[in-house]
Design a protein around this ligand. Structure first.
Ligand code: 5GP
Length: 205
C-alpha cells in the first residue's frame, strides 16, 4: 500500500460530536490529530497544546503572515488555523492526519490537497444538536444561538463533502471513519505504483 498517510478532514456543526469521535481515532497509532491554533478563550476543561494552542489575535495574525498555516478561518468571531509543519511531518511518516475543522477551512485545504478526504459528521437531528449544545454548558446562551445559526449554514455545504457520517453512536461513527480511510487507501489511483510489481519490484505493505 501507498506509504504516505492520507489527509482526513472531519467537519460538522458544533454539537455533532466531532471532538469525541476524533478522540477515539487519535488512539489508533495509524492516525495523528492535528492541533489547531485559536484566538478563542480556553474552556474550563481545555489544556494548552492538547485541545488547542491558545494565542492572541496579534500572535495569530503574525503566524498567518509567516505562512505557518495550511488554512485558517474565522468562526463565530474567533480565528482558527491548522499549523502546516505538523501535518506535513505526519503525512511523511505515513500517518493518516485528521483535521477537525469547519467548512471554510476544509474547502481551502481541498483546493491545495486534492487527494484529501472530506467527511461531514452530522447529528441524527437538529433537536439532538440543540440538546447536545445546551447540555454541554460550555457556552453562554447567545453563543449557543450563534453556533446553531452557523450549523444551518454548515449543513448547506454538506454536498461539497465526499462522505457523510451520522453520529448516532460514537464508536460506530469512529469505525465508519476508519473504514472510509482504509477503503480510500486502496483506491486504484492512489496505488498505481503497484504496476511495478510486473518489473519484479518487491512491494512492501
Ligand atoms: P470550538 O470553538 O467548538 O472548539 O471550534 C469551533 C469550530 O472551529 C469547530 O467547527 C471546529 O471544527 C473548528 N476548528 C477548529 N480548529 C480549526 C482550524 O484549525 N481551522 C478551521 N478552519 N476550523 C477549525
Amino acid at each position: 500500500m501507498n506509504k504516505k498517510g492520507l489527509l482526513v478532514i472531519v467537519s460538522g456543526p458544533s454539537g455533532a460530536g466531532k471532538g469525541t469521535v476524533v478522540d477515539i481515532l487519535k488512539n489508533d497509532s495509524r492516525f495523528a490529530l492535528s492541533i489547531s491554533v485559536t484566538t478563542r478563550a480556553p474552556r474550563i476543561n481545555e489544556t494548552e497544546g492538547v485541545n488547542y494552542f491558545f494565542r492572541s489575535e496579534d500572535e495569530f495574525k503574525k503566524m498567518a503572515d509567516n505562512k505557518e498555516f495550511l488554512e485558517y478561518a474565522i468562526f463565530c468571531g474567533n480565528y482558527y488555523g491548522t499549523p502546516i509543519s505538523y501535518v506535513n511531518q505526519k503525512l511523511e511518516e505515513g500517518k493518516n492526519v485528521i483535521l477537525e475543522i469547519e467548512v471554510q477551512g476544509a474547502l481551502q485545504v481541498k483546493e491545495i490537497f486534492k487527494e484529501a478526504i472530506l467527511i461531514f459528521l452530522t447529528p441524527p437531528s437538529i433537536n439532538e444538536l440543540k440538546h447536545r449544545l445546551e447540555n454541554r454548558a460550555t457556552e453562554p446562551k447567545d453563543r449557543i444561538e450563534m453556533r446553531l445559526n452557523r450549523a444551518k449554514e454548515e449543513f448547506d455545504m454538506m454536498d461539497k463533502y465526499d462522505y457523510i457520517v451520522i453520529n448516532n453512536e460514537i464508536e460506530k461513527a469512529s469505525n465508519d471513519i476508519k473504514n472510509i480511510v482504509y477503503a480510500e487507501k486502496m483506491r486504484a489511483n492512489r496505488n498505481l505504483y503497484l504496476k511495478n510489481i510486473l518489473k519484479g519490484d518487491e512491494i512492501k505493505c
